[in-house]
Design a binder for this molecule. Structure first.
Ligand SMILES: [Zn+2]
Length: 226
């Protein structure tokens, strides 16, 4: 069954979704897929099977914990999406990023140009994944749900994934393509050697974010900055 409370236009989404698996790791791709199929165990689902269990949202304690609530309508999560879209704007400075809405969050493929797929798929995929991870911490470990913790988790996922994409671009000799997509952002600077020479000295990627996000990472491979 497709998500009843996500308010999504489904036209063409499955075709576009093929891009996701080329960009995200399998776990996050599968999660997005399950999300689109409403196949995620939230309080409302559990309550449906066992009415003795409350369907109240574990994060805000007000509202029914449906998939749509957990990933969008919940007050604490909604604030997070505003910040996610700020980051998106910084990563894609040449494109006017839309105001976040649930329908765009779930199906961003129609609202962003294809050329920006690596950016918006990474950002949306890991934003949803971060909400889910933190939610599991609340459920199974009794951890509090803090916006700050959510942001930090999200940023660490995004930054390490950007590094992964960069490394795989180096291996596949596609650094120019990587720079074309990510290099527009003032947050990301790439200095690399894999494009120019066989020297293994310099492979250095430093994505960072201004303002609230601060610096994400300074990453250096085992062979140093050169
Ligand atoms: Zn809530």
């Amino acid at each position: 069954m497709v998500a009843p409370d996500l308010g999504v236009g489904w036209d063409g989404i499955w075709g576009h979704f093929m891009r996701v698996r080329n960009i995200l790791p399998p776990a996050q791709t599968l999660f997005w897929w399950r999300f689109l199929h409403y196949n995620i165990m939230t309080g409302a689902q559990v309550h449906h099977m066992n009415p003795a269990v409350s369907d109240e949202c574990h994060i805000c304690n007000s509202g029914r914990e449906t998939v749509g609530h957990l990933f969008w309508y919940c007050n604490k999560v909604r604030q997070f999406w505003g910040q996610v879209y700020q980051l998106l704007q910084l990563l894609a400075p040449g494109f006017q990023v839309p105001v976040p809405e649930l329908s765009i969050v779930v199906n961003p493929f129609l609202s962003f140009p294809k050329s920006l797929s690596p950016i918006f798929v990474t950002v949306h995929g890991f934003a949803m994944w971060s909400v889910w991870k933190l939610y599991l911490g609340v459920i199974f470990e009794g951890k509090p749900f803090h916006l700050l913790a959510l942001e930090e988790l999200f940023l660490s996922f995004v930054s390490s994934h950007i590094c992964t994409l960069f490394l795989s671009a180096c291996k596949g000799k596609k650094v120019k393509g990587f720079v074309k997509v990510w290099g527009e952002s003032p947050l990301i600077r790439v200095r690399d050697s894999c494009m120019r020479s066989k020297s293994k000295q310099t492979t250095y990627l430093s994505p960072y974010v201004r303002g609230q996000f601060q610096m994400l990472i300074t990453w250096a491979p085992a062979n140093g900055f050169g």
